[in-house]
Design a protein. Structure first.
Lengths: 160, 189
């Protein structure tokens, strides 16, 4: 799927929503110098086409203690796709990708406690058929998380 | 990338020691630096249900949320304003990284030598291409998630930006071949 060319209005609209996702269509329209109808239809289209998701971000500080780790998974290569999707569907997994180099799959997982994290690795990931080895790299400090970007358009095979 | 149009309102660069609890320290010059600490007030079930609705549709009206949950719009409005004011919650637009023009996703392990790990981390965190950055334990000291438009942009980033940062002893990249999930539901702000 070739990346669609977003035009200037799309980009300005996305930036406006990244600043304040709940401002009114009219306020965005005024700021961008377009009509309210344009804003309304463009937001709908960007959401429907998987370009943008308007969602909640919770403050880590309000969530209490968290334990997180990078899991570098070596597996039967013929099952990378199936395992990647399976692991991505587990609660607390924020990132999952097939990788070239370092391991076959990378998952980044968040749990309520270190014990929960260990249980997830031992009782879920290591037991999946095709998983050969899991190397757990614990996160000691969160330094940066740029929530403006993510996978919105659904990991539908091919390159993604 | 939407870099030029993007503001840094949603770019949170902070330090949290998950062992010692909360000690947010905004990185200088990177993002809004309000480090007001939260008291970890437990959210009640009503707050959680409002978040669940907004997680699916961040622009749902107060009326629509109220109808879905059997509450009054005034309650929804007050609850939502309260959570936002207490900095427990933000509602924002997440753009698809591929649609935004990135072709490459890399997870790069960074071994640091001769300089404090956090200093190197803070310098790396200021780079636009660095989408996520964490201090880890093990073979590497830092893990960086890197987004890049194309091969040439990546080459320029590695040879001109990374090479100017002192204290990076070794880089070990993993190229993302297929992304199954990349979805953040938390940050620091």
């Amino acid at each position: 799927m070739p990346a669609r060319a977003l035009d200037e209005t799309d980009r300005a609209l996305i930036a406006a929503l990244q600043t304040d996702a709940r401002q009114s269509n009219q306020a965005i329209a005024n700021a961008l110098g377009v009509s309210e109808g344009t804003v309304r239809s463009r937001i709908r289209r960007l959401e429907e086409e998987g370009v943008v998701r308007i969602t909640t971000i919770q403050n880590l500080a309000a969530l209490g203690e968290q334990a997180a780790a990078y899991l570098w998974i070596t597996c039967d290569r013929s099952r990378i796709d199936e395992l990647g999707r399976r692991i991505a569907a587990e609660p607390g997994v924020g990132f999952a990708a097939a990788t070239l180099g370092r391991a076959d799959l990378l998952a980044i997982v968040f749990r309520e406690s270190p014990g929960e994290l260990v249980r997830f690795v031992d009782e879920v990931v290591k037991r999946l058929p095709g998983v050969v080895d899991v190397r757990t790299e614990p996160i000691l400090e969160f330094v940066k998380n740029d929530v403006r970007w993510g996978l919105v358009g659904g990991g539908d095979g091919s390159r993604r | 990338m939407l870099a030029s149009a993007a503001n840094d309102v949603n770019l949170f660069v902070v330090r949290v020691d998950i062992r010692r609890g909360l000690g947010p320290k905004p990185v200088e010059g990177a993002g809004p630096g309000d480090a007001r600490s939260l008291q970890g007030r437990a959210m009640d079930r009503t707050d959680e249900r409002i978040i669940e609705v907004l997680r699916e549709d961040g622009r749902a009206s107060h009326r629509a949320i109220a109808d879905a949950l059997g509450l009054s719009p005034r309650v929804v409005s007050a609850r939502l304003d309260g959570m936002v004011a207490r900095r427990e919650l933000r509602i924002t637009a997440v753009a698809d990284l591929f649609e935004a023009g990135n072709d490459l996703v890399l997870a790069v392990g960074v071994a640091v030598r001769g300089r404090p790990t956090l200093e190197v981390a803070e310098e790396l965190a200021r780079l636009e291409e660095v989408c996520a950055l964490n201090v880890v334990s093990g073979e590497f000291d830092l893990e960086v998630l890197l987004l890049s438009k194309d091969h040439e942009t990546l080459r320029d980033f590695v040879s001109n930006r990374l090479s100017s940062i002192e204290g990076i002893e070794r880089l070990s990249p993993a190229l993302g071949l297929e992304l199954f999930k990349f979805e953040s539901s938390w940050s620091r702000f």
